[in-house]
Design a binder for this molecule. Structure first.
Ligand code: A3P
Length: 309
């Protein structure tokens, strides 16, 4: 999108602004997806990655952008200038995203890139194009505790004018618990990747671990990618991917998506970046009700989520 004569990603969004609506959801194999994605499902499912491509998979709002930035810096030896060559969704396309023209779809962007590519997805495991596993692509999954993930998604759905209206907080909790938000059930999402991680060599990370000790998690990703960087460069990557640095970085903070599509006057994309913000939103009764349901939905899963540090 930055080649001569082509419009930039932000310009494409500006041009498409009038056709942006809160797209209704349409199910694909029982998973609610934005109808634009559902309409293009066959070509998404048929996508054939290169074996060198890397997949970054998450439930929405689990720390995708953070991980994309860490990976891009690791792959470019911590070179901040190179990693400012384009905004996140252009450097690391969003596999299934489709929007009104002229906004390029994830597949449009991927077609113009040479492998190895870093590809983002929110698809639950069973909807990831099988070519990723057939070609033994590496994949990083990032999971975030349900309550903080829910709060983050609530604010995102308020500000992102392409997502269904979130409605009031109380009802939003119910929709999350029933798996009715875009990309479906958080519970199934985190459980299915957890179950599949050994079989497919998926690196399963936790947002809370990244907050607790970012250096340790950056090193974990580095090793998974078979890279060896110096201590100084690792330190620099940790600094460049702090919440503060990324919030100030126009190529990592989603300021590439202009108003009114992402309406940052409602809530910024880089909102708080904390563990435990849920305590500012759940009442004691809501927390109890949520926890009781959580026990049932996560029974036997044994995934070590932490809701506080
Ligand atoms: P909050 O809404 O809780 O602030 P995603 O990239 O998957 O959409 O996730 C967005 C969430 O990750 C937001 O959470 C955002 O602030 C947080 N985030 C983004 N970059 C971060 C960073 N460098 N450190 C911590 N949190 C970050």
């Amino acid at each position: 999108m930055s080649q001569e004569g082509e419009i930039t990603y932000s310009e494409a969004i500006e041009k498409a602004k009038a056709s942006i609506i809160r797209f209704p959801l349409s199910p694909i194999r029982g998973i609610p997806l934005m109808n634009y994605i559902a309409q293009n499902w066959d070509s998404i499912w048929a996508f054939r990655p290169d074996p060198s491509d890397l997949l970054i998979a998450t439930y929405p709002k689990a720390g995708t952008t953070w991980t994309q930035e860490i990976v891009d810096l690791l792959l470019h030896n911590g070179d901040a200038d190179v990693c400012r060559r384009a905004p996140t969704p252009v450097r690391s396309p969003f596999l299934e995203i489709c929007s009104p023209p002229p906004i390029p779809s994830g597949l449009d962007l991927l077609r113009k890139m040479e492998p190895p590519r870093v590809i983002k997805t929110h698809l639950p495991f069973q909807l990831v194009p099988p070519g990723f596993w057939e070609n033994k692509c590496k994949a990083i999954y990032v999971a975030r505790n349900a309550k903080d993930n829910l709060v983050s998604y609530f604010y995102f759905d308020k500000m992102n004018q392409t997502q269904p209206e979130p409605g009031p907080w109380e009802g939003y909790i119910q929709k999350f618990m029933r798996g009715e938000l875009s990309w479906g059930s958080w519970y199934d999402h985190v459980k299915d990747y957890w179950t599949e991680k050994e079989k497919h060599n998926i690196l399963y990370l936790f947002y809370e671990d990244m907050k607790e000790n970012p250096r340790r998690e950056v090193e974990r990703i580095m090793k998974y990618l078979d890279l060896t960087l110096s201590d100084d460069i690792i330190d620099r990557i940790v600094e460049l991917t702090s919440f503060k640095s990324m919030k100030e970085n126009p190529m990592a903070n989603y300021s590439c998506v202009p108003r009114p599509v992402f309406d940052e006057s409602i809530s910024p994309f880089m909102r708080k970046g904390e563990v435990g913000d849920w305590t500012n939103h759940f009442t004691a009764d809501q927390s109890k009700m949520f926890d009781e349901d959580y026990e049932k939905q996560m029974k036997g899963a044994n995934i070590p989520f932490r809701t506080q540090l």
